[in-house]
Design a protein around this ligand. Structure first.
Ligand SMILES: NC(=O)c1ccc[n+]([C@@H]2O[C@H](COP(=O)([O-])OP(=O)(O)OC[C@H]3O[C@@H](n4cnc5c(N)ncnc54)[C@H](O)[C@@H]3O)[C@@H](O)[C@H]2O)c1
Length: 276
């Protein structure tokens, strides 16, 4: 119903029925590795963009870059761990664009590589707050808008560490398992409103988050970053990290309105890591 009426509008306007033409796509962590690349790709597919990050300088840079193209977007500094930030951000998004068709809960942090027993309570709480509580708050704030407008699609960026355990990264793995639990539960609750909720589970891809992890491994074992990349991919059947674009490609596919019967799924894009 929702998709049908949109398609009719596009046809009437003579707009190519690209999956995201005219659709409003919200992306958190937009100044980061996946976020920046996703913003560019969704814009190329015709989307209007709502872009947020905690990193104001990164967001200013993104605004300067996107401002050089004919892209309809706005940026806002948002701390996704704060409910009042979410409420204001969604209000501003709806004021600006009228709807939110796709919401991508992408922002997240890694953790220092260490045994579980060496992880402090504060470290655990912080990772859970930024990676898991933020997704709960995002869902809680965005869903009422999508229910009111009659549909939408939400994508939560989890991790391969949300599907299987990850030694030396217990807090991170716990936070990403929580993201998948939230995804499946929300999908069950809102399917009848025409809202799809899915999770994407990448393994390793060259972004600032992963580079920090590779550098930590490198410093510990006297390796270059490239050698550390080799070390972490020893167990990946494809023996390499993903490109950022491979991960973003999966984001577009999962959120595409044509992918209309898929919900509640946690999709691995991991070179086979979690298959063996
Ligand atoms: N890169 C990988 O190998 C990889 C693998 C699996 C999952 N992921 C997940 O992908 C997502 C994106 O990560 P990335 O690799 O692009 O990392 P990144 O560090 O490049 O980007 C993350 C962004 O999130 C923002 N952020 C952090 N805390 C925030 C907060 N409280 N409020 C708002 N924004 C905040 C950061 O400022 C940053 O711009 C994360 O959820 C991460 O866990 C990444």
């Amino acid at each position: 119903m929702y998709l049908f009426s949109r398609q009719k509008v596009w046809k009437h306007l003579g707009v190519a029925e690209a999956g995201f033409a005219g659709r409003v796509v919200l992306i958190t962590g937009a100044a980061g590795g996946f976020g920046r690349a996703a913003a560019r790709r969704f814009a190329k597919a015709g989307a209007r963009l709502v872009l947020s990050d905690l990193d104001k300088t990164g967001l200013d840079h993104l605004r300067a870059v996107l401002g050089q193209s004919n892209i309809d977007f706005f940026t806002e500094q948002v701390d996704i761990t704060k409910e009042n930030n979410w409420i204001a951000h969604i209000e501003h998004s709806v004021e600006r664009f009228g709807s939110i068709d796709v919401a991508i809960n992408n922002a997240g942090i890694g953790q220092a590589l260490q045994p579980l027993e060496a992880t402090s309570e504060d470290q655990f709480d912080r990772v859970m707050r930024v990676n898991a509580k933020s997704v709960f708050l995002g869902l809680k704030t965005v869903l009422p808008k999508m229910i009111a407008q009659g549909g939408g699609s939400i994508l939560n960026i989890a991790s391969a560490a949300g599907l299987v355990g990850a030694g030396q990264m217990a807090a991170y793995a716990a936070s990403k398992h929580a993201v998948i639990g939230l995804t499946r539960s929300a999908a069950d609750e809102v399917a009848r409103h025409g809202i799809r909720v899915n999770a994407l589970c990448p393994s390793f891809a060259p972004t600032p988050l992963f580079d920090a992890m590779a550098d930590e491994i490198g410093a510990r074992h006297g390796m270059t970053r490239a050698e550390a990349y080799g070390r972490v991919t020893e167990r990946v059947p494809m023996r390499r990290v993903a490109t950022v674009d491979e991960v973003v490609q999966a984001m577009l596919w999962i959120c595409d309105p044509a992918n209309s019967f898929m919900t509640g799924q946690a999709v691995a894009v991991d070179g086979g890591l979690t298959a063996v």
